[in-house]
Ligand binder design. Structure first.
Ligand SMILES: Cc1ncc(COP(=O)(O)O)c(C=O)c1O
Length: 424
């Protein structure tokens, strides 16, 4: 199948809508959440219309069908990330919950006074705050791997930052601000040398490129369904079997036990022991459909498409002398995320102006405040691409930025000349 974003767009009903001012919608906020293709919406609708039932409870016809669909979804996702076994896949509500589960379920049990947790300065708050809380509770120390001027991790610092005291290395596979693709294999090699575990925040990688947990050699991988064409409220924690077995349960209730007496309780095996309560059944079914859709497009083709858009966008933005661009300028080192600022104009003014022109980008600190402080910024504007974005949308963004710069310069000139007496 050839990868044709113009054809792909037709599968996404929301992209057909016009903005409130009647303009064509240019959606470049995919790092925040993606749109959903018709097949995902229909798969969830079919569940509610045709076989809505609770799962793992009773063997009636509807329940069996729903249980099968939910467990099939787990298998589909385990194949997608190249896991050894589908029992290594836990359904959660998203990346945030997945990382919290590891931090509290594994971290509180295994991290002790004086131990160290290595994070990077570019982490999203979701992969920073749970570890900081665990460190505070266990009197452990957090250390941070810094970045170079072009937004690449300072691997040269690893030798001094990973020591016998390091218990956890937590890293984003792809930064949600700089776009940098981090060398997880290298971090895993260094971490494993001292017996530490590696948790990878895959929120910005799993949707956009082939990801194999076996190749990454990490111990945990977290990602969200809604950023990969799936619904909100569903996500995944993948973990090595032996680590899942020693992880504490955070949620207790129905659906996670084999037996309960007044004296005792016997919990199920992983992953079911971590999924107490009625899970997001429709969400899992929708996510599996999204994965099938992504597989049809081909993850390598998706990566190539986003690489081309990113390279083009970086080139065009770079031609405009009025912009500061963050992260590596070489598109092969980054995912489809481009953060920048327009010199002399606040990020919120630019984003508001773009929005009026029908161009949807995100502005602010993108849940990465420490990274922005490190860069000396109060915020940035972020354009992020996905399967349905086309070159003309990059042009629309760059042309609109040009207009914003020109208007702002004209206004500045008018202001500078205000009060001058006209001559002649
Ligand atoms: C790198 C990264 N990590 C974690 C998250 C949190 O994802 P969620 O809100 O789906 O839990 C995001 C979302 O923007 C992200 O970009």
């Amino acid at each position: 199948m050839t990868f044709d974003p113009y054809e792909i767009r037709k599968d996404f009903p929301c992209l057909e809508r016009k903005t409130s001012t009647g303009r064509k919608l240019v959606y470049l906020d995919n790092a925040a959440t993606s749109h959903k293709p018709r097949c995902v919406i229909e798969a969830m609708e079919k569940f509610y219309y045709e076989y809505n039932a609770n799962i793992h409870r009773g063997e009636h016809a509807l329940g069996s069908k729903a249980t099968r669909a939910y467990e099939d979804a787990r298998e589909e996702i385990s194949r997608f990330i190249d896991a050894n076994d589908y029992t290594e896949v836990i359904f959660t509500s998203g990346t945030t919950e997945s990382i919290n589960l590891v931090a509290y379920g594994w971290g509180l049990k295994n991290i002790k006074n004086g131990d160290e947790i290595l994070l990077t300065i570019m982490e999203h708050h979701s992969n920073m705050l749970p570890w900081r809380r665990v460190a505070a509770l266990k009197r452990a120390k957090i250390r941070y791997l810094d970045i170079s001027e072009d937004g690449i991790l300072r691997y040269d610092q690893l030798a001094s930052l990973i020591t016998e005291r390091t218990k956890v290395v937590a890293v984003a596979h792809v930064s949600n601000v700089l776009g940098t693709i981090n060398d997880v294999r290298r971090l895993a090699r260094e971490a494993h040398r001292v017996g530490a575990i590696v948790i990878v925040d895959g929120a910005q990688s799993v949707p956009h490129m082939p990801v194999s947990v076996r190749e990454l050699d990490a111990d945990f991988l977290a990602f969200s369904g809604h950023k990969m064409l799936g619904p909100t409220g569903i996500g995944v924690l993948w973990g090595r079997k032996e680590l899942l077995e020693e992880m504490e349960l955070l949620k207790l209730g129905g659906g996670c036990v084999v037996d309960v007496t007044l004296e005792d309780v016997k919990y199920m095996e992983a992953p079911w022991r971590f999924e107490a309560g009625t899970p997001n059944i429709a969400g899992a079914i929708g996510l599996a459909e999204a994965v099938r859709y992504l597989k049809r497009l081909g993850m390598k083709s998706i990566r190539r498409h986003e690489y081309e858009l990113t390279e083009y966008c970086l080139k065009r933005l770079n031609e405009d002398g009025h912009l500061d661009i963050y992260g590596p300028l070489d598109a092969s080192l980054r995912g489809g995320v481009v953060a920048f600022n327009v010199k002399g104009i606040s990020h919120s003014s630019v984003a508001r102006a773009l929005s009026r022109m029908g161009i949807i980008v995100r502005d602010g600190m993108h849940c990465a405040h420490p990274l922005h402080y490190r860069l000396g910024l109060k915020g940035s504007i972020r354009a992020s691409f996905y399967v349905y974005n086309v070159k003309e949308e990059v042009d629309a963004l760059c042309d609109a930025l040009r207009v914003i710069v020109e208007v702002s310069e004209s206004l500045r000139n008018v202001k500078d000349h205000e009060g001058e007496c006209p001559t002649g």
